[in-house]
Write a protein that binds this ligand. Structure first.
Ligand code: PGA
Length: 254
């Protein structure tokens, strides 16, 4: 049985002290537990240690994720972060392949594939993003587009524990625009992703991999989204930046 995941992507928001404040507020909101929902927050890199301490000191009911990683172990890669640096400060998850990283920083499917392998070798759960731009959606080739991304992003990937590999389908036209894909739109693509995972990894493994939806997901639309058979939660940007709203979303996902 797949556990619903609600993961907050803070993007480039919150200074160190603001991040600590948000994590403390979220802990307060969620102190009665998160039911059967796995909750993760992904702050900017410089905030990770502060949020890790909030989680540890309060036994907070959410996990910690990074927003990016590099696949090499160490060395002359100025500005990058290695997987074991994330492990060392308590980050158990990492977003990879977000459309903003693909679009603004030229990240390719090949990079994303290497990042997934490096993370999994260190026991960090990748939250691997895919999704089509508006022109592909309008051309009606979005399913094929996303399926090809999935195939490239998972090339030669060995998944021992399918609960520890997560995909997030985020149609680019729905990110930060207030235009959520309908729950049926999300299901169409998440269902196609599941079928692709069956082809690649077999039915048993594919049945355990979480496929999240992302793109203007919030406390109002989350229940409809997770009611769909192949939508296993959400990767949340804007609605993860306010503790009461994010906590309400967690509640409504239960
Ligand atoms: P949004 O962002 O919820 O603000 O649309 C989602 C994401 O980009 O992960």
């Amino acid at each position: 049985m797949r556990k619903v995941m609600i993961a907050g992507n803070w993007k480039m928001n919150k200074t160190f002290s603001e991040g600590v404040e948000l994590a403390l507020a979220l802990n307060e909101e969620l102190k009665d537990g998160t039911g059967d929902v796995e909750v993760v927050v992904c702050p900017p890199a410089v905030d990770l240690k502060g949020v890790a301490e909030v989680i540890e000191q309060n036994d907070a009911p959410f996990g910690l994720g990074a927003q990016n990683v590099y696949w090499e172990e160490k060395g002359a890669f100025t500005g990058e972060t290695a997987p074991d640096m994330l492990t060392a400060i308590g980050a158990g998850y990492c977003i990879i392949g977000h459309s903003e990283r693909r679009g603004y920083f030229g990240e390719t499917d090949e990079d994303i594939n290497k990042k997934a392998k490096a993370l999994m070798a260190h026991g960090i759960v990748p939250i691997s993003c895919c999704g089509e731009p508006l022109e592909i959606r309008e051309a009606g080739t979005h399913v094929e587009f996303v399926v090809n991304q999935i195939k490239a992003d998972t090339a030669d990937l060995v998944i021992d524990d399918p609960a520890k590999y997560v995909i997030a389908y985020e149609p680019i036209w729905a990110i930060g625009t207030g235009k959520t894909a309908t729950a049926d739109d999300a299901q169409e693509v998440c269902g196609a992703i599941r079928e692709t995972l069956v082809e690649i990894f077999g039915a048993e493994t594919a049945a355990e991999i979480r496929v999240l939806y992302g793109g203007s997901a919030n406390e109002k639309n989350i229940a409809d989204l997770v009611a769909k058979p192949d939508v296993d939660g959400a990767l949340v940007g804007g609605a993860s930046l306010k503790a009461p709203q994010f906590a309400e979303m967690v509640k409504n996902a239960q």
